[in-house]
Design a protein around this ligand. Sequence first.
Ligand SMILES: [Zn+2]
Length: 223
Amino acid sequence: MKFELDDYHRGVADEELIADLKRVALEIDKKSVTRDVCDEKGKYHSTTYIRRFGSWYNALEKAGLEKTRTPMNLPEEELFQNLEEIWIKLGRQPRYSEVQKPLSKYHVATYEHRFGGWRNALEKFVAYINKEENVSSEEAIKGLEIEPSTKHKTSRTINWRIRFIVMKRDNFKCKNCGRSPATDQSIILHVDHIKAWANGGETVLENLQTLCSVCNIGKSDLE
Ligand SMILES: [Zn+2]
């Protein structure tokens, strides 16, 4: 027999899995079932189907259902940004099983299809972020000319990649009060210029810090 990882529902017959998928389709009155719907309403997780039948596509075929398409035309940027948001909420690297609604806008399967595996998706994400890191330091802007219209070398806007780098460096915690979304869901983190942009501060990693929305408002009141 082929070596396989432990599957919680290993003992369940193919027929039982297929029957439950058909039941879900009937319940929602649709000709097809998406992985998200299966995970929410089905007795078995969609990954059980994929392990058993090779792909979600095959499972739908066996159940006589229409085959759904995973959106393939989402821009990479959008998929990466969603990954960034989950990462910030968790305060750490998201795990395979966590990448689904409501935490994530897109199911882990979307990442797998798009990047040829979950691990590959994470690696592409990290590479994309690292590219930004190289251009957003004091050192990197040294040789840049000051733009006369803004009197700055950098733009005021903190893009989501810089935001991620700063928050990761600050361990996804407010530098002032130490609170984080990972332990308190009501906490919203911001990235703030230490020396205000209006006072000549640049948008570089050394001049940025993570603050929660409460501390950030407190800070601007003092300025
Ligand atoms: Zn705070």
